[in-house]
Every structure is written in C-alpha cells, then in structure tokens.
Design a protein around this ligand. Structure first.
Ligand SMILES: Nc1nc2c(ncn2[C@@H]2O[C@H](COP(=O)(O)OP(=O)(O)OP(=O)(O)O)[C@@H](O)[C@H]2O)c(=O)[nH]1
Ligand SMILES: [Mg+2]
Length: 304
C-alpha cells in the first residue's frame, strides 16, 4: 500500500525564494533556470522592484522560484522600505530559501539578509555566486568555512548564475526539498507577470543600462496603452521622474538617448512577444510620487 502510494505520488511541486543584497545576481539566476528573461537585470543595484515568479516545469517536478528586490541596510527612503518588505515577506511561504552571496566574500548587507533568514522557519541553502570572478578557486574553502559558522545552512553550493556552472547541481538538490504533489501552475506557464508588466520592465531595464551612473533614484515606468493584434503590439509607456532637471538626462542630445532606450526595448519586446511592436515613450515629471501611496499603488509597488 505504502509502496503504491510512493509510486503514484512521486511528482513534486514546491516554492523557493531568491534572496540577497542588491546586485548579487538573483534575477540572473532566475532567468538562467527558466531559460528566458522573466526578470530584468543590470549592473546597477536595486534593479528588481517587485516579487516576480518564474515557473520551471520538468517531467518529475515543478519548481516555482520567487525573485525578490535586493535587501538593503539603508531604510532611509520610503521606497527602500517598501522594497525590503516585498523581499522579506516572501521568505516564510516557501519550502526552501536560496540566499545568495558573492564568491569574493561576505558583505555588511549580507548580514542584514541573514537576519531575515534567521527570523523565519523555512530551510535555507546558501549559494556562492559569481565564482567565475575568482581567479583562485582555493579561496572558496575558507569562505564556505566562514559561512558554515554564520548559519546552519542545509547546503552551500558555489555557482555562476551568468555562466551556468553549478546550476544543474542546484536543481538536483532543490528537487529533494519539494513536497510531493501536483503542479500548482499549467506546464506552459513561465511567469505570473503579464506582457503589459514585462513591457514596462523592459523599458526600465534599458533606462538602467543607458543611464548608468546618471540614473536618478526615483524613476518609474508605467504602461499607458497596450493594444495587441495578430500583427502588431501597440504600446505607449510613461517614464515618471520627480524633477524637471532630470529630463535632459533621459532625453540626451537631441533626444538621442530616449530614442536608443526605445529602440532597444522594442527589440526585446519583439523577441519576447513574438510580434512586431510599435512603441512610444513619454517622459513625465510628477513631484513627490515616491512618497505618495496613491502613486505607488498605481505603479504596482504597493499591494492593496
Ligand atoms: N561575473 C558574473 N556576473 C554576474 C553573475 N551573476 C550575475 N552577474 C551580474 O551581476 C549584476 C547584477 O545581476 P542581477 O541579476 O541584476 O542582480 P540582482 O541580485 O537581481 O539585483 P537587484 O535586482 O538589484 O537586487 C549583473 O550585471 C549581472 O550580469 C555571475 O555569476 N558572474
Ligand atoms: Mg534583481
């Protein structure tokens, strides 16, 4: 009887949250595992601003990965507090947490992440990311040793989210933490986010890439119009900033920068949506939106 049950019930489905300080490679790992871009990434910290699900369905299991905003020590701004809350609220509801640090060593922000991990009941695996950046791999051993002393992690796995090393091993390990049960989501689903959401994110990703160091902290993107036909996606996007003085940074010389942001984002959308895209961008100034609950709700940063 027991044998029979094990045999029939061996499909597994479970949840895992990616947590870590900003810029550590959480979204890169999510995309690597899912096999397509479901969460935007950039060299700038605080790229991810929402909780985003990626769903991996394989023959024997379904893994639902939760990407979160980077956890940050500084809670000086309202936005920062909202992002930290979005990150830590995911930790309790999962079967196993994946905490990520850099192969080059522990950082003060990592300890903030660790205290969030220690506060909740779920099991945790430590991922040591960016091992491709280590010239001398023997430096991993003392880091693993130090990490063992910091917390009773279930496992410590060195990976490179960017190059893919260690990722299959991670998936094999994760399989063991997933409870038996049927898939939570249909097998063709890769994310909980809509094309409309992805359109705004792909514009934000280009802003992060094109503006680099000049990027103002408070900049948000909102889809104004989204019309889909068989041959064309017609999309209009608003870029919200707080100061008129920031406008030239977005426009660039004779509008060249905004044009480039639009062209690149449009290419990305055409690949993702498998359709031609007509994209319009508008830069709008609205003072104080980053402190206004109403604006933050409209932008999807505050949940009802
Ligand atoms: N060399 C190297 N770079 C990596 C690796 N993983 C991620 N990166 C880079 O690190 C930067 C940050 O990656 P993200 O995936 O956006 O980091 P994140 O943790 O999601 O950041 P936030 O969303 O800001 O919290 C990007 O420039 C990535 O290309 C890796 O394994 N090796
Ligand atoms: Mg991210």
């Amino acid at each position: 009887m027991l044998m029979d049950k094990l045999h029939h019930g061996d499909y597994r489905c479970g949840w895992s949250a990616l947590v870590g300080r900003p810029n550590i490679g959480k979204s890169t790992l999510l995309n690597r595992i899912i096999g397509q871009k479901v969460s935007i990434t950039s060299r700038r910290p605080q790229t991810t601003r929402h909780r985003i699900l990626g769903v991996l369905t394989r023959q024997r299991y379904q893994l639902i990965l939760v990407d979160t905003p980077g956890i940050h020590r500084s809670e000086s701004s309202y936005l920062n507090r909202i992002f930290n809350r979005a990150a830590t609220s995911s930790l309790d509801a999962v079967d196993v947490n994946l905490m990520m640090i850099d192969a080059r060593g522990w950082h003060a922000d990592d300890d903030k992440v660790l205290s969030a991990i220690k506060r909740n009941q779920s099991k945790s695996i430590l991922l040591i990311n960016k091992i491709d950046m280590l010239k001398n791999k023997s430096r991993l051993l003392p880091l693993i040793d130090q990490s063992t002393k910091k917390h009773d992690f279930e496992e410590i796995i060195p990976i490179s989210a960017e190059k893919g090393s260690g990722v299959e091993q991670l998936l094999n390990s994760l399989h063991g933490y997933l409870p038996e049960g049927q898939a939570d989501f249909p097998k063709q689903m890769v994310t909980d986010r809509t094309q409309r959401f992805m359109a705004a994110e792909l514009v934000r990703e280009q802003i992060f890439i094109q503006l680099g160091e000049e990027l103002p902290y408070t900049c948000a993107v909102q889809v104004d119009e989204f019309e889909e036909s068989k041959t064309l996606h017609r999309i209009s996007v608003l870029i919200w900033i707080e100061k008129v003085s920031h406008k030239p940074i977005f426009l660039g010389k004779k509008g060249a920068r905004l044009k480039k942001i639009g062209t690149q984002a449009r290419h990305e959308m055409e690949v993702l949506f498998g359709n031609k895209v007509y994209l319009q961008l508008w830069v709008k100034v609205k003072e104080g939106w980053a402190e206004s609950d109403l604006s933050l709700k409209t932008l999807g940063y505050l949940e009802e």
